[in-house]
Design a protein around this ligand. Structure first.
Ligand SMILES: Nc1nc2c(ncn2[C@@H]2O[C@H](COP(=O)(O)OP(=O)(O)O)[C@@H](O)[C@H]2O)c(=O)[nH]1
Ligand SMILES: [Mg+2]
Ligand SMILES: [Zn+2]
Length: 374
């Protein structure tokens, strides 16, 4: 790969002449909108206002990207090579070459899809523009993690993920959210790892035994860590073993603080400062970003998003993703049992016999109710 790169390939005329006018409106996917607003509760007027704000932002980005495109169009592109997308924000796609050098790239319209963090891409560096290039195409993804965008639509957060690192705060573990992520991991073909962070806040770690018991029994890997003391950080490294993991979890549970352990200070993700007067629960990670681990393997830090990844599941198939419950569904009287109010339900019986915890069952029902009725 390395040798071929040096030879300049003259750019064929049709490649760029149509580009600037077309890209902005067709390719643009809006970034996240303000959180804590459910799209269901928005009025028509609010939705229109959001859309017009998005349009404004789109145009602003388009202007700056036009300049970039014009410069790139006049530059000399070298032979195509493979790279990996480190981050993507607006029109800035950061691509890394195998040596670890990073390039700011524009995406050619014909690439067909938006490259996202973790994507492998075919791209060319610009011979006469330092650390810039053009992405030609996105290599087929192994999997992708979607999330809904306010007002409709789907945004892909990251691609080519092996592990979903579900992060909880030890002093306030949100098990309902954990259950959602476990479903998401299963749907999107990722192996979940549970990280219980902020262990330093827990005077008696045994208080976690009971709430986490179902997950231990289901043999999900669990790491007890503290980003502050460094406890358990090596356990995470050991579990990753050269693979790619993406962080999931509520904002403020310490995802970025954990990532910071492997990243040189200049590159570190921003950590939320919970104690600033106005900063309670502030979101600091606004875009997914990929980091390398010293021992091999990669981690993607992403904004904490509630509905992350739970896009392609139907009410009917939901129980399949609850490992502890699906094994009890055999005796259900109805083949399309929703395991909520039907008589002779194997899963409900398992709950009353204590084989499935009430917490897990309630989680399942809550997710069921949140899914579209199709
Ligand atoms: N006590 C304690 N606080 C932590 C730990 N990890 C993170 N925090 C704090 O939790 C807040 C949110 O951390 P951050 O990494 O931004 O969370 P993120 O939103 O999940 O990325 C910050 O104030 C951190 O200092 C930990 O292990 N122990
Ligand atoms: Mg963060
Ligand atoms: Zn049932």
């Amino acid at each position: 790969m390395g040798g071929a790169r040096k030879r300049p390939v003259p750019l064929q005329p049709p490649a760029f002449d149509r580009l600037p006018a077309n890209i902005p409106s067709r390719r643009y996917r809006p970034p996240t909108m303000p959180r804590k607003i459910s799209s269901r509760r928005l009025t028509e007027r609010q939705k229109n206002r959001i859309e017009s704000l998005r349009e404004e932002r789109r145009c602003k980005r388009a202007d700056t990207s036009l300049l970039a495109w014009e410069r790139l169009a006049q530059s000399e592109l070298l032979a195509p090579e493979q790279g990996r997308v480190i981050s993507h924000f607006g029109y800035n796609v950061e691509v890394e070459d195998p040596q670890g050098a990073r390039f700011r790239c524009a995406v050619r319209e014909t690439a067909g899809m938006e490259p996202v963090c973790g994507d492998r891409v075919s791209w060319s560096r610009a011979g006469n523009l330092e650390l810039q290039g053009v992405i030609w195409s996105v290599v087929q993804r192994k999997n992708a993690l979607p999330r809904p965008v306010l007002g409709g639509g789907v945004q892909i957060v990251a691609a080519n993920i092996d592990l979903l690192m579900v992060t909880l705060a030890a002093d306030k573990p949100n098990l309902g959210l954990l259950d959602r992520y476990l479903v998401a991991a299963s749907i999107n073909d990722m192996e979940p790892i549970i990280l219980v962070n902020k262990m330093d806040r827990l005077p008696d770690p045994n208080v976690l035994n009971e709430p986490l018991q179902p997950y231990v029994a289901m043999q999900y890997p669990i790491c007890y860590v503290s980003a502050h003391t460094g406890q358990g950080i090596v356990d995470i490294e050991r579990l990753i073993q050269g693979r790619t993991g993406v962080f999931a979890g509520h904002s403020g549970v310490g995802k970025s603080s954990i990532v910071a352990h492997w990243v040189p200070p200049a590159d570190r993700p921003l950590v939320g400062e919970a104690h600033e007067p106005t900063g309670a629960g502030r979101h600091t990670t606004t875009v997914a970003r990929l980091y390398h681990l010293p021992g091999g393997g990669m981690l993607i830090d992403s904004p904490g998003v509630r509905e992350f990844g739970l896009m392609n599941v139907s009410r009917r198939s939901l129980a399949h993703y609850f490992r502890d419950m699906v094994v009890h569904a055999g005796p259900c009287r109805f083949t399309d049992c929703s395991h909520r109010h039907e008589p002779d339900c194997g899963i409900k019986n398992a709950v009353s016999e204590g084989k499935v915890t009430r917490q897990r069952y309630d989680s399942m029902v809550r997710i069921f109710n949140s899914l579209p009725d199709t």
